[in-house]
Design a protein around this ligand. Structure first.
Ligand code: PMT
Length: 383
């Protein structure tokens, strides 16, 4: 058993101050009220049915560089983990609130979008001017279509989009707070790739950042650029172009709101976060650090290069547990499957694994959730 010693974590009053400051300085997305109303009805419906409900966050958050945004910083995530997990949660009987980056992968339609093939490649002309699935794709498509229709018809899936980091945080806070009536039956599964840095609104340009000074003549406030400003650069002692022609992006850290989530927004729900790293040597350490710091219920660690092949569950009071998809059934794979450290990415086949790792992750998370609900109920009875 590994010790669970809390490392230093921001005191609650500082976390509350940071929350007030962030949410009053960064405006909410324009559809927040509409999304809140939809989420409230959805949560109420499933709470009354006594059903488990999971909030799955998915895809990357953008960091806008301008208020009227032309340019933004983005990250790699297409939302595969989130969209695939959502399907397996539905299969396990959960209602799924899917908070995703707009235009990223969605449960079910993911099988036919963003792929190297265009969705039209799955179709052919049928009789009398109709359009039908190609024979070789029909049985899989029918299976996917049935599952999708069932989820929609039974009101088991609510899909809400976000775009920027501040949209995401506003949505996450509102939805997590709405989940309180679910008590321990609420599960938060935070698979979105959340930006760590952003441009605060008071330093953000209103209009498109200019790459030439052609607009200066129209801007009464603009001052002539001094010779010193032309040549000085505090990031680079021998710049190849003058500073006035460069775009130097100065980002602030995004406050970490996991503490606020655990203590205030969703104090009874089970909270699962993901930890993404690229360096295998630090993955488990960073996952445990996050767990110690925020005192939530599970961190699922994954490496960028092997995230479809293996993840590690880091939970309080439990040894780290690696979950791996079988590679090819070779004898040495069995040994590798039991390894207590990350796989060597070079040893993995180039093609994607045949088994979706989420088909192993979700039953394991659901099992931990069952224990969590049981423990919470016992604690309540004992209190
Ligand atoms: O979409 P795919 O291609 O399938 O990729 C899936 C994935 C690799 C993105 C996913 O499995 C994953 O690891 N998601 C979490 C990525 C991430 O944001 O990691 P992080 O180490 O930066 O953050 C860890 C946790 O802290 C996250 O759960 C996040 O919700 C939280 N966080 C992060 C930044 C921030 N400012 N505040 C936070 O609370």
């Amino acid at each position: 058993m590994l010790p669970h010693t809390p490392s230093e974590s921001p005191p609650s009053n500082l976390a509350a101050l940071a929350e007030d400051h962030y949410f009053s300085a960064n405006p909410p997305p324009k559809d927040l009220q509409k999304h809140v109303a939809l989420a409230e009805d959805f949560i109420d419906f499933h709470s009354k049915a006594g059903r488990r409900l999971v909030l799955v966050t998915s895809g990357g958050t953008t960091v806008p560089l301008e208020k009227q945004t032309v340019r933004f910083i983005d990250n790699f995530s297409a939302g595969t983990r989130g969209a695939t997990s959502a399907e397996y949660f539905l299969e396990a009987g959960y209602a799924v609130l899917f908070l995703h980056r707009q235009f990223s992968l969605l449960p079910y339609s993911r099988h036919y979008s963003h792929a190297t093939d265009c969705f039209l490649d799955f179709l052919r002309e049928g009789p009398n001017g109709s359009v039908v699935a190609r024979d070789e794709d029909a049985s899989k498509m029918l299976n996917v279509l049935r599952k999708y229709r069932e989820a929609r018809d039974k009101n088991m899936l609510l899909v809400l989009p976000f775009v920027s980091i501040s949209d995401y945080l506003h949505e996450l806070r509102s939805i997590a707070q709405l989940m309180k009536p679910l008590g321990p039956k609420g599960l938060l599964y935070l698979a979105a790739a959340v930006s760590d840095f952003f441009v605060p609104p008071d330093r953000m340009s209103e209009h498109k950042i200019q790459s030439t000074d052609a607009a200066d003549a129209f801007n009464k406030k603009s001052k002539p650029v001094s010779e010193e400003e032309e040549t000085f650069d505090n990031f680079d002692s021998s710049p190849s172009v003058p500073r006035s022609k460069r775009l130097v992006v100065d980002l602030d850290p995004v406050p970490k709101f996991l503490k606020n989530l655990v203590e205030g927004w969703s104090p009874e729900g089970m909270i699962v976060s993901f930890k993404l790293e690229t360096d295998p040597k630090i993955l488990v350490h960073k996952a445990r650090y996050s767990l110690d710091r925020y005192q939530h219920h599970l961190v699922i660690g994954n490496l960028l290069s092997t995230r479809k092949w293996e993840v590690v569950f880091v939970g309080p009071g439990n040894p780290d547990k690696w979950i791996r998809v079988p590679q090819s059934g070779r004898i040495q794979d069995i040994k590798e499957a039991e390894k207590d450290e990350p796989l060597d990415p070079k040893s993995l086949p180039e093609q994607e694994p045949e088994v979706e790792i989420e088909s192993l992750i979700i039953p394991a998370v659901a099992e931990l959730h069952t224990k969590y609900i049981k423990n919470s109920e016992e604690k309540k009875l004992g209190a």
